[in-house]
Design a protein around this ligand. Structure first.
Ligand SMILES: [Zn+2]
Length: 418
């Protein structure tokens, strides 16, 4: 069991590493064809390799795509091999250049100001979870960048647990495989993964509030529509022109507004138009469809095909080509077959004094894709809040608590197997 000495060690390890990691500029770039998509990720991966080697891990590697892999042999044999995963990049939605972490000690429950942005305020009105951390130390950025707790907190928490295993010889763990992925925020985190480098079961450390255990994510479909019209001189267009661009706009207007992300929450799904472009002869619409229920997305695809048929019938000469493709699936179906993966995470949290709460991610994770590639992988909390924003924050205590959960989790996998 981690005693006070080990808890203090985990805290110091996670905190100091985290405050260093956030200073690396690792924003991913959705417009890049390179892997990783930004040079800062490559540099950060190199730094992590040096830290993993310094901790004495084996098979430490940064591969050509920027993935970092490492291994720690089991303290006792004969337990399933576990993988811990976190991502190195930060969201391109907000700048991650020159992140200056600000430590707010003894939070008073009121508004938090940012030294680099006088107009910005973080308050319990926007983020009621703050009220749970009165008297605690919080970390934010300085107001002009994101913090990058998503997901550098996850990396720091995994590294702190690895460091504890190497420093305190009596902490049991199975064979551990670690992977830090690039470009998760632009949907490419699992594109070049080598599954043979991973274990039987995995955990991503990439969730929000302390206690979060995510075993479900969206089912995701991408749909591209191409409108093919007929352009003629507008002066002679009557009964001849078929204006693809104008009809694409009408098509978007015919989508059900109540099923758009702006009006959806909790377990509700949506149609979301991500791009519309075109002119008279050709136009394109790109959509993403999201739901927890695969059959609901299948219904949406069918709805789009039927609407396309109606448009072709109504506007003679118009042709609409609909292409739908699966992007990722809800991992709940896979995880349901391995209930021990979730049960052990819940027990580990309780042992660390945390009340776990299961929730569903309104998005995807690398773990969702790993789950379908053969390694069931739910997502555990980092403790960070308001990801992808200038107001991103993390209570310092979360860094220790997450690392402690990882230590408990490793022991449970060994003990339950003996
Ligand atoms: Zn993340």
């Amino acid at each position: 069991m981690p005693d006070d000495r080990i808890r203090a060690f985990l805290f110091e390890e996670a905190r100091s590493r985290f405050l260093n990691y956030v200073t690396f500029d690792t924003g991913s770039n959705p417009d890049s064809d390179r892997h990783p998509s930004s040079p800062g990720q490559w540099e950060f991966a190199g730094h992590l390799v040096r830290e993993l080697e310094a901790l004495g891990l084996s098979n430490v590697e940064r591969d050509g795509f920027g993935y970092v892999y490492a291994q720690l042999p089991a303290s006792r044999q004969d337990a399933p091999v576990l993988t811990f995963c976190a991502h190195m990049d930060t969201s391109p939605a907000v700048s991650g250049t020159n992140v200056r972490p600000v430590v707010h000690e003894n939070y008073d429950g009121g508004r938090i100001a940012f030294p680099g942005n006088p107009d910005l305020v973080l308050s319990p009105d926007q983020c009621p979870e703050l009220r749970q951390f009165v008297g605690c130390t919080l970390i934010t950025a300085s107001g002009d960048t994101l913090l990058g707790a998503d997901d550098k907190a996850g990396i720091a928490e995994i590294m702190a647990a690895l460091s504890a295993f190497q420093t305190f010889g009596h902490l049991d763990h199975p064979t551990l495989r670690v992977v830090f992925t690039p470009d998760e925020e632009i949907g490419k985190g699992a594109d070049h993964i080598r599954m043979e480098k991973l274990g039987n079961f995995g955990y991503t450390i990439d969730g929000g509030m302390i206690g979060v255990l995510e075993d479900e994510c969206f089912d995701a479909v991408g749909a591209d529509l191409e409108f093919i019209g007929l352009n003629v001189h507008p002066g002679a267009a009557k009964n001849r022109m078929v204006n693809a661009g104008a009809l694409a706009a009408r098509f978007v207007a015919a989508l059900p507004e109540y099923e758009m992300p702006e009006h959806a929450e909790k377990r509700e799904g949506f149609f979301h138009v991500t791009r519309i472009s075109g002119e008279e002869s050709r136009a394109r619409i790109s959509l993403i469809l999201r739901d927890f229920d695969h059959s609901e997305n299948a219904r949406r695809v069918e709805w789009i095909r039927q609407l396309a048929g109606v448009f072709e019938h109504r506007y003679r000469g118009l042709k609409i080509v609909v292409q739908a493709r699966e992007q990722y699936r809800n991992m709940a179906g896979v995880l349901a077959r391995y209930p021990q993966v979730i049960q052990k995470a819940e027990r580990a949290m309780k042992l660390a004094g945390i009340q776990p709460f299961r929730s569903a991610i309104r998005g995807g994770t690398d773990g969702a894709r790993f789950s379908f590639m053969g390694m069931p992988t739910p997502n555990l909390f980092t403790g960070g809040m308001m990801f992808h924003s200038l107001m991103e924050w993390i209570p310092e205590i979360a860094l220790r608590q997450s690392a402690e959960v990882i230590v408990h989790l490793c022991r449970l996998w060994v003990e339950d197997h003996c």
